[in-house]
Design a protein around this ligand. Structure first.
Ligand code: SF4
Ligand code: SF4
Length: 209
């Protein structure tokens, strides 16, 4: 077993076998998977299942987890990331360079498990009728229209400003307010970007350039 090249969970405090937040840890071994309870809830779930007892494969599962960790390259320290990314805020040239080939397609944000931006629209006869629907739909901050106001003013017309918002939120303002990155290092934004923009490179550039 090996880690995925686009994944960097171990940069942000996780790992390919981290049980944090899990009731059951699932590890791939030859011939199937070993499921191990991490909580009472997980144990109750497994006890009630018709799965075969996998206790004799626990050693294989442990070996697979060790191999996954061993396959990872050493993670760079992101301890300075919040301060360094925040310090880049006014450096628009930096964000322009980092965003040069971005297509503003929004794939990075739609695939991201920690992105939660949405839009609200009202449907129905607002003037005469008393019935209508207010809808919440998924939206994303990499879209040029996301911040367009009713007046027509748009504070983030340039893609560099949108990328600045996305990266700064995940690696500067969120950790500043909540003590953790708003990124679990899953790498979905990296593997699904049609022009291969890599958020890891942007954060490292903010730290080192
Ligand atoms: S690597 Fe981070 S920013 Fe990219 S999709 Fe995963 S959680 Fe989102
Ligand atoms: S997926 Fe890539 S091209 Fe699309 S908005 Fe995100 S960074 Fe830009």
């Amino acid at each position: 077993p090996s880690g995925c090249s686009t994944c960097f969970c171990h940069w942000v405090g996780g790992g390919p076998t981290s049980p944090e937040g899990s009731d059951v840890l699932m590890t791939e071994v030859e011939g199937g998977y070993v499921l191990q309870a991490m909580t009472d809830k997980g144990a109750a779930l497994l006890e009630g299942s018709s799965l075969a007892d996998g206790a004799d494969r626990f050693a294989d599962a442990e070996a697979a987890r060790k191999a996954a960790w061993a396959s990872l390259e050493k993670a760079p320290s992101l301890a300075e990331a919040p301060a360094k990314v925040a310090a880049r805020f006014e450096d628009v040239e930096f964000w322009q360079q980092e965003t040069d080939r971005c297509l503003s397609c929004g794939a990075c944000t739609y695939f991201c498990p920690t992105c939660y931006c949405f839009n609200i629209t009202d449907e129905g006869d607002g003037l005469n009728g008393r019935e209508g629907r207010r809808l919440r739909s998924w939206d994303n901050c990499m879209s040029p229209l996301f911040t367009r106001e009713a007046s027509g003013h748009n504070p983030r017309t340039a893609k560099a400003l949108r990328m600045r918002n996305r990266v700064s939120h995940k690696f500067a303002t969120y950790p500043e307010n909540w003590g953790a990155f708003s990124c679990n290092g899953c790498g979905r934004c990296v593997s699904n970007c049609p022009v291969h923009l890599d958020i890891r490179a942007i954060v490292l550039d903010a730290i080192n350039k």
